[in-house]
Each structure stands twice: as structure tokens, then as C-alpha cells.
Design a protein around this ligand. Sequence first.
Ligand code: FES
Length: 579
Amino acid sequence: MPEQRKKKPEDLRSHRWYGVRDLRSFGHRSRAKQMGYGREDWAGKPVIAIVNTWSDINPCHSHFKQRVEEVKRGVWQAGGFPVELPAMSLSEPFVKPTTMLYRNMLAMETEELLRCHPVDGAVLLGGCDKTTPALLMGAFSMDLPAIFVPAGPMLRGNWRGETLGSGSDTWKYWAELRAGNIDEAAWEEIEDGIARSPGHCMTMGTASTMTSVAEALGLTLPGAASIPAADSNHSRMASRSGRRIVEMVWQDLKPSGILTAASFDNAITVDMALGGSTNAIVHIIAMARRAGIDLKIDRFDELSRLVPVIANIRPSGAYLMEDFYYAGGLRALLAEIKELLDLDRLTVNGRTLGENIAGAEIHDDDVIRRLSNPVSPAGSTAVLRGNLAPEGAVIKASAAERHLWQHTGPAVVFEDYNDMAARIDDPALPVTGESVLVLKNAGPLGGPGMPEWGQLPIPEKLLRQGVRDMVRISDARMSGTSYGTCVLHVSPESFTGGPLALVRDGDPIHLDVSARKLELQVDEAELARRRAEWTPPEPRYGRGYGAMFSRHVTQAHEGCDFDYLETGAGEPVPEPEIH
Ligand code: FES
């Protein structure tokens, strides 16, 4: 047994199920034999859970059936016993009202799957937006050795020879269709060509951001997050992850042995250099709190000011994740910003981040820019404060029109999503390009689940006048593939009586991205009067998961985790009784 091994077979958690001599273990062994396994399959071996978020309705994970077999091959090769455990797939395009409503449910499912089964370590298969933070949050709380296998981005989209990016080009061509610049036949061709292989969205949306964040935290094998799903290197990465997790069990290398405050600074730094999704802010805060680190939203602003965007990926840039991979991938980006990182952080392969990026090179410095020639200067994600957002709001400045960074305009208020959908294209809506669109009741409790409604559509009459961006404010989130001057995550949310609830049509609102300001220019006496008149809305749910969600979800600046799930990764986890 190699020197670095800390465990013997009798120390394995699974030994209590399979290895002892009592009536219960007889049941476990006889039932394993019922499935065709023999003692030689499990005796003295780490049992590895493969938590698989595949389903028939998640296109981003449609290759996971094959990847599971490849992970299993690696586990067998390294002397482990793999068991596949299916988990909720959280398909971003199909789950309503929003996958964010269920992120915590998958996190809890992951934690409990690992707790209640006889497993010693876990390989986590995810990638579609919420699956990455959810799987990792659960794994941090359970704190067994765990390695993340990112789904990988899909290939570039194609329409008449033109490259299409997930999300970004959907919004772009939808606006062109509504403006009358393309016809229905072209729109259908775009539908045929925009998603043409397995894998997650290939723009720098939440999926690409969060899988890269997982790698920056040290939770994947080096380079794993950038490999396109359809590339055979992805299969080999899956098998290698299977081999590696077995060694991690013997070495007792757990999330609590990897994650520190500095790891999360690395994750935020990478998020900023990528021009990552604003959704990552909520997820990284939630993940940090699961790891026992009290990460504040202001840390994103502090680090953002130091880190320029160097990944030239849509929506902030020009290229897609397939190009990013060919240009050197995340390892090359990490090497370019190495002065901004803590390179001594340990990773799942037992080496440091610095060791893992040694020798990494940029092969195309238009796709991964040099620090001396960034896509956007430092400060591309800003945390705003002011009387409209006492606990903060965020804006992805790099995806906003520069001339709107400083803007004052009259509010056009929508009380909720249905109100907006009913009136946004009404020719009589009193709106101009100078107006500030405000959407209420779209936060964690109000949405519910803080849906991605934050990129409010430009009213059709303004589109026809050539307006393509305007200031929009909400307590919602926004898809990472979206763009525009959208102020998001306003906290506290309007549903709970936050100041956003008090905004009325015509109120002047002042945005100043450089000064980090978001102000409702209405005097305090008038706001106090409106506050006294405000009545809380009826709760969204009276029963079921929704009722539990409503009682326990925290606000955006706190990560939207359930209050009772926020435990430190290093704390002891009660083991199940198996008698
Ligand atoms: Fe799955 Fe975008 S739909 S990542």
C-alpha cells in the first residue's frame, strides 16, 4: 500500500455494511449477490457513488449514460466498487418555474444519498446550471472524498455558416424576428442549429462559469471543465476521475481538506477573469457557507476591481467554449492570471493549483487574452448599493452598454412577471429609451425561486426605433448567456417589503456603475408613507416543498441556501444507524 494511504480496508465506511459478520451485513451481501456481484467485487474495496444527474429531459447531460460507464471503468481499474446513484437532473430549459427553486433540493438529495448508502467516496456528474453548485453543496456538507466530472460544453452552434451561441443568440435573433429583420423560416433554421451536440451551454453562461469555478476550487482534474462534451478527451477525463477517486478515499482527501477562504478567492478571481455569469455570485456564496466560510457579496466587488476579463467568450466577448478549449482552456487562463491566485491550494489530484497549471500555454491570444490586452478592464461585475438595494444588487457591467453605466430615468413599473408579459409590448405603454424598467416580485420568495427574468425584454415599439439596451432593475437573476444593462439580485427583495416594493411609475432612478450606486430619488418621508401603506403579499405556497422553501430560503446576498442546511464542511456528520 503506497505510503500516503491513510486508511485500511477495515476503516472504510462501507466496511460496516459489507465487511462485518452480523445479520444485517448478511442482508447487504446477499442483496449485492442478487444483482450478480460477488465478494471479489467489493471485499476490501472503496465503494464509490457515481451521482448521476442524467434524465431523458436534460439535453446537457444526454451523454452521461456513457460517461457513467467510463467512470465505472476507472473505478474498477483502480480497485474500487462503483455504484450509480441517480439524482434529480434539473434541466435548465424544461424545469418550471425555475431550476433555482430546486437547487437546494438537489443539494439535500446529494447529501442524503451519500449519507444513507454504503459509500466511501463520490464522483459527481453535473454541469447544467444549478447541478454544479447543488452537487457540490451536498458533497461539502457530507464531506466524503468527492471529485466533480463536468458535463463539458456543447459544440458551437451553426446557422448558414454563422456561429451561434446558446442563449445569447436566442435573445439576439428573437429581437431581430420581432423587429421584422428575419423571417419565420430563418428562425426555424436557427432552432435547428443552435444546440447540435450533447453538453451544456457553450457561451460563458452559468454552466461554463460554475464548472470552471469547480475546477478553480480544486474539485476537478486539471483542465476538465473546458473539454467539449463530444470530445473523446472528455471520456478519458471521466475514466481518470474514476481512477482518482479510489485513491482519494485511501488518502482520505475530502472537501474540508481542500477548501479554504483562499480557494474561494481563487474561484471569484476566475469567475471575474472569465466574465462569468452573475448567477455564480449566489452559488459561490452558498457553496462557501456550506464549507464554513462566511463569504460576503462585497468580496466579489473587491476582487472584480483587481481582475480584468480575459476570456473573449460570449456574451462579454466574441468566441465560444469550443474555441476556449482549443486556445488552451482554463489551465491557460489560470496561468495567465497566476499572480492573482493562491497557487498553493490543494486540488483533488493531490497536487497544488500551481503544479497543475505548470507549462500551460495560450495558443490563441485573441480567445484567451493577455492581461495586457483584456476584453474588459477590471471591475466588470459590480456590486451596487443605495437606498434601492441596502443589502446589494449586482450588474455585469461588461455585458452592458457603456453609455448606460451612468443613467437617470423615470421608472416604468411591473408588479410581477405576468403584469410585464401583458403590458411590455402595449403600444400605449409610456416608455422611452430613457425609461428604467422595474420588475417586482421576482426574487427568492417572490418569483418564487428567483427566476432568470432579469433581462426584461425591450418593448417592441422601442426595438422598432432601434433601441437594443436600456436600464432594467429587478430582484430576479439573469441567464449568464444574457446581456444588457440589467441590475439584478436587488436585496432585500420586493416580496418581503424591500425598497423595490415601494417604487412607482415615474419615480426617478439613478444608476452609477462606476460609483457602485443605485438610488431611488424619492424623499425619505414619501418612502416612509409608502412603506406604511405596503401590505405583504399572500405566501406563494401552502404545502409541500414550496412551503418548506418559503420558510427557509435566504436572500440573494446570503446565497439562497436553506438556513438549516448551512453547516461547516468540517463538522462531524452523524452516521446512519445500520442495525
Ligand atoms: Fe443546460 Fe444551459 S440549458 S446549461
